[in-house]
Design a protein around this ligand. Sequence first.
Ligand code: ZN
Length: 386
Amino acid sequence: MADLLLLGLLVAAIGIGWLMGRRSQQQSTSANLVDERYVRGLNYLLNHETDAALDLFIDSLEVNQHNLATHLALGNAFRRKGEVDKAIHIHQNLLNQPGLTHGQLAQAQLELAHDFSKAGLLDRAEQLLLESAGFSPNKEIWGRLLLDIYQREKDWDKALQVGRRFQLQTMPDLAIRLSHYACELAQQYIHDDNEQLAKQQLQEAKRLAADNPRILFLQAQILMRNEDYPAAAKQLQLIAQQDPHLIPVILADLASCYDHIGTPEAWFTWLEQSMAEHPSTSAMLAKAEQLRQQSDAAAAAYVTKELRKRPSVKGFNYLIDLHMLWASDAAKESLEALQGLTVALEQTKPAYHCKQCGFASSQMQWQCPTCHQWDTTKPLYGLRGE
Ligand SMILES: [Zn+2]
């Protein structure tokens, strides 16, 4: 299909050149030459020599108002097909043509920047975009491509600068991306023990997208490092309110906060409420752990009751662990065999998946490594998940 499109475009391009030659037959002696090139070009196409036809097309036909769109479309078709070198050849040829308006020049530069970006020549794409952005009537397209480049390079500082320069935070999908870039920087500063700069970046992230749950998560990390566990617990609970699907992500930190605060009753109450409103296997097991402080039997009875309502491999695994504590030697052997199966199932099944592209992973990721979208990875729910 892509090949047919390319052939169609080449025929159209060569045909336009031929017709123009015909029209100016009286005024120009080069018409015969154009006729001859048209025939040669068609011959190349009929013999499936696309490269030769393309070279002829680029070298012999002038770019003008009539065929500029065809040149651009042909270059884009080659890029989509993965033949980026040909796309670069066509778009560079356009830039060498005299008489293009600022708008046409900017369009050709943008397409060439797309080519460079696709070819992995990010520095050349970046340079071209920064040089040509001033001519563009539509800054958003320039900004989006530059953001894509800096995101691939993980250059969060430059990405945020582009966001400010092109006012990209006015686009909701870009505002959340920019907010995550600020969070990436904040995370680096937390890692480097530079709390002040981390907080500045979190403020910027909040200004860009106040409802980004990652901001609360990073604020909680800073508070926990400062041993302010009540405040950290508050931030983590806000995440659960904002996006209950993220409850399994925050549970370990929240349990640690309550442990340091020393209020197991409050922790138990929170878990009970969480199970009533947004049940998950992680919260169920955290509650079972609290019940174990009364007795293992009480925890086992609770897990059994919950598994009847919402069966999960992780829950069965925990229940087998409990029963092994008091099982007879003969029963232990059977339970061990059964546990071999549930553990294998739990380990082979990833805990998170991307809602956009389905990429599965064992860890929470704020940006999907496959489709590069932000906030699309969520814990898996159901028999093999939560
Ligand atoms: Zn994805």
